[in-house]
Design a protein around this ligand. Structure first.
Ligand SMILES: Nc1ncnc2c1ncn2[C@@H]1O[C@H](COP(=O)(O)OP(=O)(O)OP(=O)(O)O)[C@@H](O)[C@H]1O
Ligand SMILES: [Mg+2]
Length: 358
């Protein structure tokens, strides 16, 4: 019974509104990732769920029961913080078991549960060590162990990997996912890293300025962003957005003008002549023309060669455009090249940033 429902939830500090009416459901056993830029309210939302802050307006239900007034220790929710403090004078085993000893659980039972957790986190050999004798990743695992030893129905992670180096992050990502599979707890994982969101989540909640920008499965957000914010936030390098004007709407196709150049795009019900739009196209959905026919002419501003792929940074009609190419490509800064947009993968956003209906 650990389905999480946030309904019309607001949070203000004084007269500053930080969370502005969010509706979010996380199903029992689901791995949800809350993602968004710094300051968008991710930690605040987690703290509302954990009970560390009070909800100003709206309701939080866990397993169908209203939780607004329930104290944090009675919610069955554990939280792993971004900066976690282990007790330096205690061993790993005592750090993990500390919360249980506070609850006066008998020592043999504590030992059993600590050993269980150590096995799950693969740190049986480290139980007698002090935190100072551990690597950053091992310490992070102790912090996770401390949270899961209480057998919570819900685990909240607030950017738990941001202090680790890139390789450890990848490894810990896999461990947290394994933990989820073994435990089946409901998880909310907060990050500002969209790669973490795409690789870990069953459901992603994109937040912008204290409100929900979009909720969906990772590939749904990637393929069908509902607005320009999500379009650019999910995916790396980010989606190109080219300002354009609809010159002629109606029929099966219409003409969009980008600077001095015009391209034909499929007609959409939401287009009218004169509309200012932005055409969204991901770097992987643009190709370099080989036969002289192109949508846009552009010049090469920068080339990034990564071995398996190459990023061409172009300028077309004074707008930056990034193109991803498999493998290497012969090109020099200053070259003039034509580019072609894969129409199937084009997105169209209106002036307010919403996706234009087909
Ligand atoms: N106790 C508080 N009093 C006043 N304002 C606060 C308080 N806590 C957070 N805020 C403000 O609320 C907004 C959201 O903060 P929050 O910590 O939730 O952001 P975040 O998405 O977790 O950001 P980050 O990625 O940097 O951790 C910020 O503008 C922050 O300054
Ligand atoms: Mg935060």
């Amino acid at each position: 019974m650990s389905r999480i429902e946030l309904e019309g939830v607001w949070k203000s500090f004084g007269d500053v509104e930080v969370i502005k009416g969010v509706d979010i459901v996380v199903e029992q056993g689901e791995f949800a990732v809350f993602v968004g830029p710094s300051g968008c309210g991710k930690s605040t939302l987690l703290r509302l769920v954990a009970g560390l802050e009070s909800i100003s307006k709206g309701e939080f239900r866990l397993g169908g029961k209203r939780m607004n007034e329930v104290s944090p220790d009675r919610r069955g929710i554990a939280m792993v913080f971004q900066s976690y403090a282990l007790y330096p004078h205690m061993t790993v085993a005592d750090n993990i078991g500390f919360a249980l000893s506070l609850k006066k659980i008998p020592k043999p039972e504590i030992r059993k549960r600590v050993e269980e957790v150590a096995a799950i986190l693969r740190m049986e050999d480290l139980l007698a060590r002090k935190p100072v004798e551990l690597s950053g990743g091992q310490r992070q695992r102790v912090a996770i162990g401390r949270a899961i030893v209480k057998r919570p129905q819900v685990i909240l992670f607030d950017e738990p990997l941001s202090n680790l180096d890139a390789m450890l992050r990848v490894q810990m990502r896999a461990e947290i996912q394994r933990l989820h599979q073994e435990f089946g707890s409901t998880i909310i994982y907060v990050t500002h890293d969209q790669v973490e969101a795409l690789t870990m989540a069953q459901k992603i909640v994109v937040l912008q300025g204290g409100a929900v920008a979009q909720i969906g499965a990772p590939m749904a957000l990637y393929k069908k962003p509902e607005n320009a914010f999500v379009a650019q936030f999910i995916g790396s390098p980010k989606m190109n957005l080219l300002p354009a004007q609809i010159e002629r709407a109606g029929g099966d196709s219409c003409v969009a003008r980008i600077g001095m150049q015009a391209i034909s795009i499929p007609a959409r019900a939401g287009f009218a002549s004169g509309d200012e739009i932005r055409i969204g196209i991901r770097p992987e959905h643009i190709r370099v023309s080989k036969n002289g026919q192109s949508d846009l002419k552009s010049s090469v501003a920068l080339i990034e060669r990564l071995g398996s792929e190459t990023y061409l940074h172009l300028e077309a009609e004074h707008e930056p455009v990034v193109v991803r190419i498999e493998g290497d490509m012969q090109a020099d800064v200053g070259d003039e090249i034509g580019i072609v947009f894969d129409r199937v993968h084009c997105h169209y956003f209106n002036r307010s940033g919403s996706s234009v209906a087909a």
